[in-house]
Design a protein around this ligand. Structure first.
Ligand code: AMP
Length: 186
């Protein structure tokens, strides 16, 4: 497999950020984090940033239309030709459908579901203390994850690309599990 088109699924605080850094370095693929793109837009004070800021502060989801627009544009950039890692996207069924339409007739090679219990991620989030990490926003995001994003596992499983990885342990241990899951048949 030379091109690697990857998706990482997991709650906030599951360790996606750390694992994404290790994966993009290992495979030389583009890291596409919709959360990072939105935060950059907020910091730059663009129209997109203005639209997204209040929604992000409340822990709610930015509209599918807006997100699909920025991802579609990002996927046309040349650094994605060797592969990419989608982080924080898709988060809803509409976004997953939009992604499949963008990639057709291909699909992703693996969707990695990074599994960590709610109690552990909540504790990690409170320690991280990002501006949008209030207890209310944290529990809102966990609720939304269960309602909107967890069901996407089935869509990826139906395509035969879902792998579930235990997210507890050191970053190196978890990375080793993810690499094994990517490099063996799902
Ligand atoms: P993240 O860094 O992935 O946790 O994203 C931070 C915030 O940005 C989220 O709580 C959402 O408000 C928004 N966001 C990021 N990615 C998406 C997405 N794919 N769909 C909707 N909202 C998103």
């Amino acid at each position: 497999m030379s091109t690697r088109r990857l998706v990482i699924l997991g709650k906030q605080g599951a360790g996606k950020g750390t694992q994404c850094e290790l994966l993009v370095e290992r495979y030389g693929i583009a890291h596409i984090s919709t959360g990072d793109m939105l935060r950059a837009a907020v910091a730059a004070g663009t129209e997109l940033g203005r639209q997204a800021k209040a929604v992000m502060d409340a822990g709610d989801l930015v509209s599918d239309e807006l997100i699909l627009g920025i991802v579609a544009e990002r996927l046309t950039e040349p650094d994605t030709a060797a592969g990419f890692l989608l982080d924080g996207f898709p988060r809803t069924e509409a976004q997953a459908d939009g992604l499949f339409a963008l990639l057709a007739p291909n699909t992703v090679d693996r969707a990695i579901d990074l599994d960590v219990p709610d109690e552990v991620v909540t504790q990690r989030m409170l320690e991280r203390g990002r501006a949008d990490d209030t207890p209310e926003a944290i529990s809102r995001r966990l609720e939304l994850y269960e309602a909107e994003t967890a069901p996407l596992r089935k869509l990826f499983a139906d395509q035969g690309v879902l792998v579930s990885v235990d997210g507890l342990g050191t970053p190196a241990e978890v990375h080793g599990r993810i690499v094994a899951a990517i490099e063996t048949a799902p």
